[in-house]
Design a protein around this ligand. Sequence first.
Ligand code: GLC
Length: 536
Amino acid sequence: MEWWRTAVFYEIYVRSFQDTNGDGIGDLSGIIQRLDYLNDGTPDSLGVDALWLTPINPSPMFDFGYDVSDYRAVDPLFGSLAEFDRLIAAAHRRNIRIILDLVPNHTSHLHPWFQASRRSRNDPQRDWYVWRDPKPDGGPPNNWVSTFGGPAWTRDPTTGQYYLHSFLAEQPDLNYRNPAVVEAMEDVIRFWLDRGVDGFRVDVIHKMVKDAALRDNPHPAPDEEHPVRHYGGLKHVYDEDQPEVHDVIRSWRRILDHYGERMMVGEVYLFDPRRVALYHGNGRDELPLAFNLSFMWSPWDAAAFRAQVDGIEATLPRGAQPTYVLSSHDAPRHRTRFDEPQWGAARARLAALMLLTLRGTPFLYYGEEIGMRDVLVPPERVCDPVGKRFPAVGRDPERTPMQWSAAHGAGFTTAHETWLPIGPDFATLNVEQHARDPHSLLSFYRRLIWNRKQSAALGHGRYRPLDGPPDTFIYLRESEEQRLLIALNFGGERRRVALGGLSAGRIEVSTDPGRLGDLTPSDFALGPVEGVIVRF
Ligand code: GLC
């Protein structure tokens, strides 16, 4: 079985993981320093199998690395190519795989390709980006809007034409209808595969190809004041998810397969799981994995989680498998999203138990294993371009430095200032303190992940949901070798779970440390916000 089917991935927001040169910003050598924490081969470490690093390429950082100015180098803020080679070697020695963030839809406006492209209408690289004349009234060529608010077009004074940008004006979109662009990005992919990376997380992959005629999207009332309603209020018929994007992805898959077991996980940011499923092609010829971000938008509700899981299971083609994500660098942390005075901590455990026992590839976000929360960032320290424009939905709060210890700088840095503030609770909420406590959330994550590695049913078993009492989500994971029942109680009431035809078993893992042991023959009780793994 391919390694990425059973792997637990861990997203590292590189700027915030570990600083080693005292500039208040994380770096590659910081990641090397923390590899043993991530997986030293023993259950005393977290045990993750693969790291996804947010963009490390040189960038003017208008969108914190998602605006690349050189695809074949490392930004000096983070280190160098030599440092990167050291990271790959050190990770591989521990059986940890590394995947990079590939940002193919757009470059930085400072990338030499765009610098050439904007120089004149006749430049050989003009057509590497999407340029159009203004409308007769001087306005933008069509009604498309940027994901970050405002029109998706900016007029460039040098030639008087507009260029397309799905995000910031500093992130011009490449033109994948030009074969030279397709080839250039394939060379980038080979460059990193040759350096030993195990794969890529591909940024907004569904956006790479646009309608050839750049037709207007159907236009209900846009809301200029709210980025989500503004962008989400439009029907995105022509500015993303075009059939030709699948040709590009198929050719990338051929490259991956040529290198052996390398992978890609695509950020297919579409709300309809049936559209996302298409990015797996026939299950073998397009994306190995696509992000399923539904848990990031889900309320705390057992039926809602089950509906999302059943929906994904029903839509994927044979051979494809789901992914699950609770938190990322683009959305509030789930410890905060699902918080509640009485049950907040219990919910974080229950969510982890679900994430790590479903059929699919889980992606953790750094800090979730200690229950890090969103941090309030004062207006004068806001960095995220989205946060500057729309304070209510800024992404800085979930990107703050990892809380390693109670030391000055939270063990993240020796600097006096960090690029984003450190969470005010770091003295009591940090890795060092969690590592000492066998009942901590970190200890629970470790147990779950190491348990998962040894479990045939969790590794490759089928998923079968069972009906249960209100507020519960109950499912079986079954393989030839092993049968497990996972029972999750999302509500604050005690619930009895009938075992039905199943013979009684043993609670192997519970969110309540006192609950391990044999079950009574016919049923068992779940405490409020409790979850268990039962082996039969
Ligand atoms: C993706 C990234 C996000 C970035 C955007 C533009 O959604 O996850 O952080 O701002 O693409 O590249």
